[in-house]
Design a protein around this ligand. Structure first.
Ligand SMILES: Cc1cc2nc3c(=O)[nH]c(=O)nc-3n(C[C@H](O)[C@H](O)[C@H](O)COP(=O)(O)OP(=O)(O)OC[C@H]3O[C@@H](n4cnc5c(N)ncnc54)[C@H](O)[C@@H]3O)c2cc1C
Length: 585
């Protein structure tokens, strides 16, 4: 493959989603003389942030308080959040959301012209800002157009980053595949911020876009950065059964009910409060996502869900809201139902099931996005700061992109200014990384193996759903562990059929599969060793929360490819909110 470079910049951001673009703006604002670059495997506006529907949390109304947002987040995370990070997050959230308004984000309004807020699961007060049910689209657009104002921001669109270049214990750039040509480019950078999003695609039924394969998390892992709290994977209770397309929590905030096969609001049986004609905050349909997904699974085991061609489901009933309300507040939901399920929520119930939605775990960073490898920073869903603990509250993630994207941008800019010159070995390092890609992926084109990328991915999906899904136990996890390690070995020998260099998506899918396999192994090993139940991590063989032993973050360190990671633990930062039982209803 032809090689180019090095191109040089001060701060390189990998990822053009909400976190990446917010970080780029922060670097440019911190010091306009710094050269900033954003590399993204898709055109930035196609990043997953664009598909966020429901909204972004931040205290704005006089009947709400910073204290309550902090408490909801910490209790929602089952006391695994770092409380200093949550305090910083909640305090900075309203400021960031107002800045978005000044940059042009069209927040929905109350009749008197003030910013409108809606309820969201697990929150005590209404504090979720929204732009109808297309919040992510409007936020990403706002950030994208704002980033265009800053001349020093250079973009590498459709560049797939394959390796971090680390020498002398500090990261000095990346190797990236230009997808249109198949050329490999060295991009030298004094600091690199990984904003590559989550890795829900390790699971078969997910709301996540196909691009969410955790590439940046795997890059950091291979460079020696620990992965934190990987066992915590969020299922969203309401996805469409076949496609996994998200039906936003805003449907329940607007008044939607969940019904089992007997048209019964089953959540009243799960310690989530009494049924009321309107959903009430923190109860029933507006309980937290982990509890609602677990309740679905319990109903399924009791035979009270509805059988469908793509697995069991329940009904989400919006009919009582009326056409006008649905059109005004939930237009995209109606559009999605009509297009993908051929049903109209104005007159029919929506079939829904829990689907993997969000990865709480990720790159272990401090409160400024820094990792243990000098020059490597992370923000957004790829990072674990951690404000989401064992279960993220809906609408905290979009705000997290802003608060911690900005913080990581500022920290990476300060580091880049102080950082010494590039190492003379940089190009040699890039050559080694390029050879590694050629050896692993290009050479096997001539090899023959009965495995295919799609085949291995399907086996991985089955293992993750059956072994590390909503409920897990030692036996299911051990089976998944062995199979995933074996899949890692088999993935090495897959022969690629596509030999072209122009948009070779088979090659990028192969690299993504390797990343997913490594991260799945970290999810499984962290889940196996956490012998308690907390938030989204539910062990049927260890059903109780064990604060004495596991009030701690798991840290997964990579060992050799094809072997399980080493797991260590780090304390959770508690400031003012000592652990309590998590109560809803
Ligand atoms: C359907 C859906 C709805 C959601 N709704 C909400 C909501 O209403 N409220 C809320 O708070 N949260 C919501 N979330 C969660 C939230 O949207 C995401 O957590 C968040 O948008 C992630 O943003 P990000 O910037 O971290 O990453 P992303 O937006 O996923 O962007 C990742 C970027 O990294 C780039 N990238 C990845 N790998 C590479 C590579 N190898 N080389 C180069 N570039 C790479 C991609 O091109 C992309 O630009 C939703 C999520 C989904 C899936």
């Amino acid at each position: 493959m032809t090689r180019y470079g090095p191109d040089e910049c001060d701060v390189l951001i990998v990822g053009g989603g909400g976190a990446g673009l917010r970080a780029a703006i922060a670097v440019a604002e911190t010091d306009p003389t710094l050269r900033v670059a954003v590399a993204s495997k898709v055109y930035p506006m196609r990043s997953h942030t664009v598909s966020a529907e429901g909204g972004s949390a931040g205290v704005i109304k006089s009947n709400d308080s910073i204290e309550e947002h902090i408490y909801d987040t910490i209790s929602g995370g089952d006391w695994l959040c770092d409380q200093d990070a949550v305090e910083a997050f909640v305090n900075e959230a309203p400021k960031e959301l107002l800045r978005m308004e000044h940059w042009g984000c069209p927040w929905s309004r109350e009749p008197d012209g003030q910013v409108a807020v809606r309820s969201f699961g697990g929150m005590k007060n209404k504090r979720t800002w929204y732009a109808a049910d297309k919040t992510g689209f409007h936020m990403l657009h706002t950030l994208f157009q704002t980033s265009l104002k800053y001349e020093p921001v250079k973009r590498y669109d459709e560049y797939f980053v394959t390796s971090l270049l680390v020498d002398d214990g500090r990261c000095q750039g990346v190797l990236a595949l230009e997808m249109a040509t198949g050329q490999l480019h060295t991009i030298a950078a004094k600091s690199v911020i990984l904003c590559t999003g989550g890795f829900g695609k390790a699971f078969p039924f997910t709301t996540n876009a196909n691009i969410k394969t955790g590439d940046g998390v795997a890059l950091a892992y291979r460079a020696g950065v620990a992965l934190k709290d990987m066992e915590f994977v969020q299922y969203h209770p309401t996805g469409l059964p076949f496609t996994g397309i998200l039906i936003t929590e805003a449907t329940r905030a607007e008044g939607g009910f969940l019904l089992n096969k007997d048209d019964y609001r089953y959540l009243q049986d799960y310690n989530l409060g009494e049924p009321k004609p309107e959903p009430v905050l923190r109860t029933m349909e507006l309980g937290p996502r982990d509890r609602l997904s677990q309740a679905f699974e319990q109903e399924r085991l009791k035979g009270r869900t509805i059988k469908g061609p793509y697995g069991d489901y329940v009904h989400l009933d919006l009919r009582h809201l009326g056409e006008q309300h649905i059109n005004e507040r939930l237009p995209m939901v109606r559009e999605l139902c009509l297009k993908y399920e051929k049903i109209d929520p104005v007159t029919e119930c929506i079939p829904v099931r829990p689907v993997v939605h969000y990865t709480m775990g990720g790159i272990h960073t401090d409160i400024m996005g820094a990792t243990n490898v000098a020059g490597v920073y992370a923000a957004g869903e790829a990072a674990c700061v951690s404000i989401n603990g064992a279960n993220r509250l809906g609408s905290n993630s979009l705000t997290e992109l802003l608060v911690f994207g900005a913080r990581a941008g500022q920290a990476a800019a300060a580091y880049a200014k102080e950082s010494p010159d590039f190492s003379p070995r940089l190009q040699a390092l890039a050559d080694d990384a390029a050879q590694d890609i050629e050896k692993t992926w290009i050479a096997p084109r001539s090899k023959r193996s009965k495995d295919t990328i799609a085949g291995i991915r399907k086996e991985l999906h089955n293992q993750m759903e059956n072994g590390a899904g909503i409920y897990r136990d030692a036996k299911s996890l051990q089976t998944a562990r062995e199979t995933v390690l074996e899949l890692q070995e088999r993935a090495q020998h897959v022969a690629l059929q596509d030999t072209s260099y122009t948009f070779n998506t088979e090659l990028t899918a192969a690299i993504e599969l390797r990343n997913l396999l490594e991260l799945s192994s970290a999810i499984i090993e962290s889940a196996l060793q956490r012998t308690e139940s907390r938030g989204s991590h539910q062990r049927t063989d260890h059903p109780k929360r064990d604060d004495e032993k596991f009030m701690a973050h798991s840290l997964a360190y990579r060992t050799e490819y094809g072997t399980a990671p080493r797991i260590e633990y780090a304390p959770v930062t508690i400031t003012r909110w000592p652990p309590k039982e998590r109560v809803y209803g």
